[in-house]
Write a protein that binds this ligand. Structure first.
Ligand code: FAD
Length: 422
């Protein structure tokens, strides 16, 4: 039976006492998980399967999104509705859904403050609230996105619009940007450029469209062998790649962006007829302001040991997913490998043992390079390839991999990962 959200009045918490106190008046939860996205649901499901009781999951939204599909939504290859499920259908039976928004954590008192004034007490805490998209991080972007031929696959509100813009375009300039901050799915800003260019090639209009890809790094991908393949893909479509460059302003009315070249420090204005923009990304404000934030993370992500995912000073706290400050790419695939580590280490700590499970930094980027081709880039902290299919050359674009992303991975996600099975 799917879990149902309790009405606000039935929260297993009580309002904070007047005067700013944070003493909970109900009992302590064995585990509180903040966030019911890919990471939070995966850990809650695994803990539940391991027999842990007293789990509370804090999640304000009644919709859960499978975000990796949004690239294909923007590319006209999947309907948006297939990326959406009711949150209540995914919360494991027996896990208490607290339909609220966390606003603060006091790791000394081991309490979480919610937006409605309630205070939750925990024995162990899993931080999984994801990251926030900083649309205001580029002047003019917040005003332009959703209008002025500007779209972004990073929001379900706009991803279908990306395809509308691509489909209608017959000539002009199309610009695809990548922010200079850490971001979820580092490949997504360029995958949509390849899907668009391949569509225009098939429509025989690619010669009339200037495609510009703006990337802040020195290379197209941080693992050199995949970067070389992607360089050839970009050349195949005639894409103008601007490395070490960043979009620093948008003028939606004039349909112009400013691109700053970090190598030379010069800024240039580029006119566009289509702009696919990926906003800068950072930790939610309340996370960045909390004692759990890593002082070494300029974006305020949560401190975590890169192998055990345990907070370095508050040992009853673990971080997982996009909110964790880890030297690897933020992806759902990474979470699939992090979830068993967090669960195993939580069980260790609950039983008075030191964490014994280690995460090796595995992450994966399904690099869609054409409307029927994909490269599956999988690697660890040392940027060593970590292929799921060791017999296949991972540097070759394959139709089988595209089919894997479109049809197999969503099933693995809904029926395996979120059920705590895979
Ligand atoms: P999320 O899934 O974002 O979940 C965070 C949850 O926390 C949300 O449900 C939110 O409502 C909740 N929350 C937020 N604030 C609070 C609060 N204050 N209190 C309580 N709850 C809160 N990954 C891949 O592996 N492969 C891909 O091909 C891929 N492609 C992608 C393409 C795009 C366009 C995008 C946007 C992402 C892609 N990803 C991909 C990345 C992947 O989707 C994310 O890394 C993953 O969803 C992160 O999971 P999470 O649980 O950390 O965060």
């Amino acid at each position: 039976m799917p879990a149902t959200p309790p009405p606000a009045s039935e929260h297993p918490t009580s309002p904070a006492p007047r005067g700013g106190g944070t003493e909970p008046t109900s009992g302590r939860h064995r585990v509180v998980v903040i966030g019911g996205g890919s990471a939070g649901i995966s850990v809650a499901a695994r803990l539940h399967r391991a027999g842990v009781t007293g789990i509370a999951l804090v999640e304000p939204s009644d919709t859960h999104w499978y975000q990796p599909l949004w690239t294909l939504v923007g590319g006209g290859q999947a309907p948006l509705r297939t990326s959406r499920r009711p949150e209540g259908s995914l919360i494991p039976d027996g896990v208490r859904w607290i339909r609220g928004r966390a606003l603060g954590v006091d790791p000394e008192a081991r309490t979480v403050n919610l937006a409605d004034g309630a205070v939750l007490a925990y024995e162990h805490l899993v931080m999984a609230p994801g990251l926030q998209l900083d649309w205001d991080g580029v002047p003019g972007l917040a005003e332009a996105v959703g209008h002025d031929r500007v779209s972004s696959n990073y929001s379900p509100e706009y991803a279908p619009r990306t395809w509308e813009l691509i489909r209608r375009m017959r000539s002009g300039t199309a610009v695809f940007t990548h922010p200079a901050t850490p971001l979820k799915c580092g490949g997504a800003p360029q995958k949509i450029a390849y899907l668009a260019a391949d569509h225009w090639r098939r429509q025989k209009v690619l010669d009339d469209i200037r495609v510009v890809l703006v990337v802040p790094d020195q290379t197209l991908f941080k693992v050199p062998a995949w970067s070389e393949v992607l360089q050839r893909v970009a050349e195949r479509y005639g894409i103008e790649v601007r490395l070490r460059s960043e979009m620093t302003a948008v003028d939606g009315g004039a349909r112009e962006i400013t691109v700053t070249d970090h190598a030379t420090g010069t800024a240039q204005t580029i006119g566009y007829d289509l702009l696919h923009a990926v906003p800068p990304q950072r930790a939610p404000d309340w996370v960045a302001a909390s004692p759990l934030a890593d002082p070494a993370s300029p974006q305020g992500f949560v401190a975590a040991d890169q192998y055990t995912l345990q907070h370095p000073t508050h040992h009853d706290v673990f971080a997982i997913g996009d909110v964790a400050h880890l030297p690897t790419s933020k992806t759902g695939a990474a979470i699939r490998k992090q979830a068993p580590v967090v669960t195993g280490n939580l069980l260790d700590v609950m039983n008075g043992r030191a964490p014994s499970h280690h995460y090796d930094g595995y992450t994966s980027c399904p690099l869609v390079t054409a409307r029927d081709r994909m490269l599956l880039a999988e690697f660890d902290y040392d940027l060593r390839p970590a292929p799921t299919f060791p017999l296949l050359d991972p540097f070759k674009e394959r139709r089988s991999m595209w089919l894997f992303k479109r049809y197999a991975l969503p099933r693995v996600y809904w029926h395996g990962m979120l059920r705590g099975r895979l």
